[in-house]
Design a protein around this ligand. Structure first.
Ligand SMILES: Nc1nc2c(ncn2[C@@H]2O[C@H](COP(=O)(O)OP(=O)(O)O)[C@@H](O)[C@H]2O)c(=O)[nH]1
Ligand SMILES: [Mg+2]
Length: 368
């Protein structure tokens, strides 16, 4: 039975607002203590009217967690890419509106032992995610409905985390609904990933489809799959188009409890500009290079300066061999130029200001 009624939302795509990336977090030394409710502008001054909520956003790699978070807080502070393991450490995305501060933890995708070995991920990869969950008031599980192989079950590592933290309320976000031709499949997915909780929804009588329906075939393939029956809400969204995201933020905000803010109203991330630049380069290397190659590269920042709001940065990508360096650079450096242009435009969005970026390559163990 339900603790609360399930919320199933189908909404029209929200238009991307021009405020998508209005401003960027200032460095700690530049904090402007504005926007705090009744705090008298002092970071130390705590107000009784302040509310706070921390939410761990978890899910398997590529479920769309970072894309979702960027869109939820209206700032591009989490690099995203088409390949897995773009997010390697937990970071915070922060939104402060009226008297509530919402902190979303962007976490590395939850993976099993085999995947950790394959991508040479250290133990901190999963443990940092668990740590974020422990320090949260709510858990948001992002589940990719576009993946026909995995959409009818919750990942076992994810289930383990939910079981270990069963006392923390959780909600389910079915993401990438824009990829579905028919939204009806969503009802089967909800049923599977919540252990049939959907049966108790009055209007589930909805149209049992003909057995020839290919999508139903897929959903029937997971009878023994385990789900989580304790989600307090379910949202059906597209992090890419923005469809259904307003409702998530209203839900999260309604769970904020009286407590002091942890960040100033002007902060949108706990990451430094330097970290954001390195991660943005890494994310686009993942997108532009084939298969496992980007995982073999190391990206570092050589130079960073912010002169009156204009960012000057230079990153170096270390390649394990000459052959891979040639692949990264491409014919007449064309590929590297393409990657640099793309990262620059990402960073202009992130910093909401001009960015001058160069990316150089280097072969491991060789001085250039
Ligand atoms: N079609 C579609 N693609 C999405 C959506 N959300 C994320 N993606 C894509 O999924 C890929 C992985 O997204 P990302 O946010 O990096 O996933 P993460 O690993 O969970 O953080 C990227 O190529 C995104 O553009 C969505 O709602 N619809
Ligand atoms: Mg991510």
């Amino acid at each position: 039975m339900f603790d609360k009624p399930l919320l199933i939302l189908f909404r029209r795509a929200l238009p991307r607002t021009s405020s998508w990336c209005r401003s960027f977090a200032v460095k700690p030394s530049e904090h402007v203590p504005d926007g705090r409710p009744d705090s008298g502008g002092s970071p130390a001054g705590q107000s009784t009217s302040e509310k706070l909520i921390k939410v761990a956003i978890i899910g398997v790699p590529n479920a769309g967690k970072s894309t979702l978070i960027n869109h939820l807080i209206d700032h591009r502070v989490c690099p995203t890419s088409m390949k897995v393991h773009t997010t390697r450490a937990v970071s915070k995305a922060i939104q402060s509106r009226s008297n509530s501060q919402i902190i979303l933890f962007d976490t590395p995708g939850l993976v099993g032992e085999k995947e950790m070995k394959k991508h040479q991920l250290d133990a901190g990869f999963v443990s940092s995610c668990r740590h974020a969950v422990q320090n949260s008031h709510l858990i948001g599980v992002v589940h990719d409905v576009s993946n026909t192989w995995t959409r009818n079950a919750l990942n076992p590592v994810l289930l383990e985390v939910l079981k270990a933290h069963a006392s923390i309320p959780s909600f389910l976000i079915l993401n990438k609904i824009d990829t579905l031709k028919s939204k009806r499949i969503l009802l089967d997915i909800v049923k599977n990933v919540t252990n049939n909780r959907l049966e108790s929804i009055k209007n589930y009588s909805i149209r049992k489809r003909k057995s020839t329906d290919k999508q139903e075939e897929v959903s029937r393939k997971a009878p023994e799959a385990e789900g989580w029956p304790h989600f307090s809400e379910i949202f059906m969204v597209s992090a890419m188009t923005g469809d259904g995201l307003k409702e998530i933020m209203s839900f999260v905000q309604s769970h904020a409890k009286t407590g002091p803010w942890e960040h100033l109203a002007t902060e949108h991330t706990d990451q430094t500009p330097e970290e954001l630049i390195v991660q943005s380069v890494r994310a686009r290397l993942l997108d532009y290079l084939p298969q496992e190659i980007p995982y073999l590269l190391q990206t570092e920042l050589e130079f960073y300066e912010n002169i009156k709001g204009k960012i000057f940065a230079s990153a170096v990508v270390t390649c394990p061999s000459e052959r891979l360096e040639r692949l990264v650079c491409g014919e007449a450096n064309g590929k590297l130029r393409q990657i640099t242009e793309r990262v620059t435009s990402d960073l202009i969005e992130t910093f909401a200001g001009p960015v001058s970026l160069t990316i150089a390559t280097r072969i491991k163990g060789k001085e250039k």
